[in-house]
Design a protein around this ligand. Structure first.
Ligand code: CDP
Ligand code: CDP
Length: 230
């Protein structure tokens, strides 16, 4: 059967990666978490003291980009590909609130975006890919056969993310998580290079009141329809 490209964009913690993983599994496609790549660059900048709460040495990060290798390796037990930074598995280290608090600043840098977008486009060359992020339907795969744009209220999203962090034993307050979600929404939507916006032909889904199962069923039906008509 003909393979298509599926682009899932939207705000933080709308359930993009959860549904993208489920879709990829159901269709036998590759799942790519583009946000993990921006998070890995951010972790690199933090590890090399290029970024902290009140300081960001953009020049030093840009000049170090060619020393930075981001790869994915499929984990059979987890059922998805984990992200590696220069050969080291950083799948857990990139999900902390600390990384979330700097990632949108890193994602504003055009040199970073250029490098990651090229790599993302290469990963999708043969189609059969589900990729989630902020600019997948607008910049990375403007010709994707199915584009979805996910939204949900900030409160709902912060609650979801807060629960996730608590489950991972990261003791953070709900208020800090909400602040982070709102601040990333703002930076991601207003940056000059590839801002977060709904592609013209994207289908918007508000999942504030959708269960994971209903959300998956909706997207699976959309994917089947897109595959049949392309
Ligand atoms: O999981 P969550 O929605 O919180 O974020 P993510 O998908 O891991 O993305 C983290 C950050 O990376 C976003 O807030 C954006 O600043 C940036 N990002 C981006 O600019 N473009 C993408 N395609 C994916 C992520
Ligand atoms: O990738 P993104 O940041 O958009 O979100 P995610 O990591 O897939 O989902 C964030 C959290 O919200 C996860 O714990 C999901 O299980 C949860 N979620 C939910 O409870 N109900 C939904 N309809 C969507 C997501």
């Amino acid at each position: 059967m003909k393979k298509i490209t599926i682009a899932i964009d939207g705000f933080s913690s709308t359930g993009k990666s959860t549904v993208a993983k489920q879709l990829a599994k159901a269709l036998g496609y590759v799942y790519v978490d583009s946000g993990a790549m921006y998070r890995a660059v951010t972790l690199f900048a933090m590890q090399h003291q290029m970024i902290s709460k009140d300081h960001f040495d953009v020049k030093r990060l840009v000049s170090a980009l060619d020393t930075l290798k981001i790869t994915f390796k499929y984990n059979d037990t987890l059922g998805f590909a984990e992200v590696y930074l220069n050969g080291i598995n950083v799948e857990n280290d990139i999900r902390t609130l600390e990384v979330s608090q700097s990632v949108s600043q890193v994602a504003e840098i055009s040199e970073v975006r250029r490098m990651l977008v090229l790599q993302q486009q290469r990963m999708g060359e043969e189609k059969g890919v589900v990729m989630d992020g902020r600019d997948i339907g607008t910049v990375v795969f403007p010709d994707a056969e199915l584009k979805v744009f996910m939204i949900a209220s900030a409160e709902t999203r912060a609650k979801r993310r807060h629960n996730e962090l608590l489950e991972r034993n990261e003791k953070v307050s709900f208020d800090d998580v909400l602040k982070n979600v709102e601040s990333r929404d703002m930076i991601d939507s207003s940056r000059k290079d590839s801002p977060l916006l709904k592609a013209e032909n994207a289908i918007e889904i508000d999942n504030s009141n959708l269960s994971l199962t209903t959300q998956f069923e909706k997207l699976y039906a959309l994917a089947q329809n897109a595959i049949e008509h392309n």
